[in-house]
Write a protein that binds this ligand. Structure first.
Ligand code: GCU
Length: 423
């Protein structure tokens, strides 16, 4: 009897877990996925077939322009120079990790972002790195007392002590499970992160704050329909961090893997597509506007994301609200824009809002492009069992559990990074 009620309780908890992650009124039933035509990355808009790598360069241009003008929006070009100053350098973890903090001015007039670097202290030469943005401030990534608390806008969060959109001491170390710095540095990589709100605040402010207030793709003071939203701004910020890394001795700037979770996994994909300097791209539970196919309309839809987060994409993306079939591209082509560099897509089994199957299918449908360029693609045809990673030039896993980035995920990214570097 007792055993039965424990089982029933466990089932309720399991169901609650699933329900919490899934807003009501959206599609979670595979049988109800609408019929859709998947655009062929290897066919030009005029119908001609892409046969060679030279053809692909042209086709890539077409696809890139569509993502830029219809989804993420155009970004400004690279500034002539950036200024960086060190604000902290010391060893932690019994001398095993070198912790550094660098302040980088993204443009002449601002904003300044604080970049945190965890380096293997015993490294003898330049090390490869994972670079990704964080959600709640650098001080949440690791409990070290000297990591600066951001003064930028943060989302209010009682658990992190963030009030009036300002971060506080209470959040120190609170997100450390998402940044396995010991695991990463033990593997010989640097972990590099920066608070995304230092680049651009995550609310719809009509370009009044953050990076958007300092630099624009055109002369206009108003966002144009094809100009950058916040995801493009965050990606642009990641590229400026690479500009800095190119001037720096500790990290091999040619071996930087861009990584991100959720909205920041959408960001890592666009960063990989826009900046060929990234050696590989990792997108964790990125869902709609990230790795998940939009045309499946499973879980979060284009209309819902444009309504809840009107500032993430360019205004043209609104044309596809309840109208995904008109999208001239789908998200597998965003992965293809990263080719031939290796890409890793990861889902979580209970994260139906992000559509694990749609994320997997993107990896699968990007394969023909990778095959053309490298001879290899995704090594599996069918959706895999949980916790069964397939690691290659296109990598995929579905972790058992909820929407999150965990040490399990990091373990796979480290294996992926090592494999990519050995090729
Ligand atoms: C929301 C949003 C997702 C996003 C996620 C996150 O759930 O709908 O698109 O990926 O937030 O960034 O945590």
């Amino acid at each position: 009897m007792i055993r039965r009620s424990i089982l029933a309780f466990a089932l309720i908890i399991l169901l609650m877990d699933n329900i919490q992650a899934q807003p009501k009124g959206y599609l979670y039933d595979e049988d109800k996925v609408p019929q859709f035509v998947i655009p062929d990355p290897l066919k030009f808009q005029n119908g001609e077939v892409v046969k060679t790598t030279t053809d692909w360069k042209k086709r890539r241009g077409e696809i890139f322009n569509l993502f830029e003008s219809q989804i993420f929006g155009k970004s400004p070009s690279r500034p002539k120079s950036i200024k960086a100053t060190s604000s902290l350098s010391k060893t932690i973890a019994n001398g095993k990790i070198l912790l550094r903090q660098i302040e980088i001015e993204l443009t002449d007039s601002g904003p300044t972002v604080s970049v945190l670097m965890f380096l293997p202290a015993n490294a003898t030469g330049q090390v490869p790195a994972f670079l990704g943005l964080n959600f709640n401030g650098n001080h949440t990534v690791h409990p070290d007392k000297e990591i600066a608390i951001t003064k930028s806008w943060v989302r209010n969060n009682g658990g992190l002590g963030a009030k009036n959109n300002q971060a506080s001491e209470m959040g120190r170390g609170a997100s450390q499970s998402r940044w396995s710095v010991q695991q990463i540095t033990d593997a010989g990589f640097a972990a590099i992160t920066c608070y995304y709100g230092d680049i651009d605040p995550d609310f719809d402010d009509g370009w009044k704050n953050g990076l958007h207030a300092h630099i624009r793709p055109s002369q206009s003071n108003q966002p144009q329909a094809d100009e950058w939203g916040s995801i493009a701004a965050w990606s642009w910020g990641l590229s400026r961090i690479v500009d800095y890394l190119e001037t720096e001795d500790a990290v091999d700037a040619k071996s930087v893997f861009v990584v991100g979770h959720s909205r920041l996994g959408k960001t890592s994909l666009w960063a990989g597509a826009t900046d060929p300097r990234f050696a590989g791209v990792i997108s964790n539970n990125s869902g709609c506007g990230g790795a998940a196919l939009s045309k499946r309309a499973f879980g979060e839809t284009v209309k819902r994301i444009n309504t809840s987060f009107p500032h993430w994409f360019c205004d043209n993306f609104n044309k596809y609200n309840d109208n995904e079939q008109e999208l001239p591209v789908d998200q597998h082509m965003l992965l293809a824009l990263c080719a031939p560099r290796p890409v890793y897509i990861a889902s979580a089994s209970k994260d139906l809002w992000a559509d694990p199957m749609g994320e997997f299918l993107s990896a699968k449908y990007a394969s023909p492009v990778y095959k053309l360029l490298t001879g290899n693609g995704l090594n599996i045809d069918d959706f895999p069992n949980v916790n069964t990673p397939t690691i290659g030039v296109i990598s995929y896993h579905v972790r058992d559990g909820k929407h999150d980035i965990t040490p399990y995920d990091w373990q796979q990214y480290i294996t992926f990074g090592k494999k990519a570097l050995s090729n």
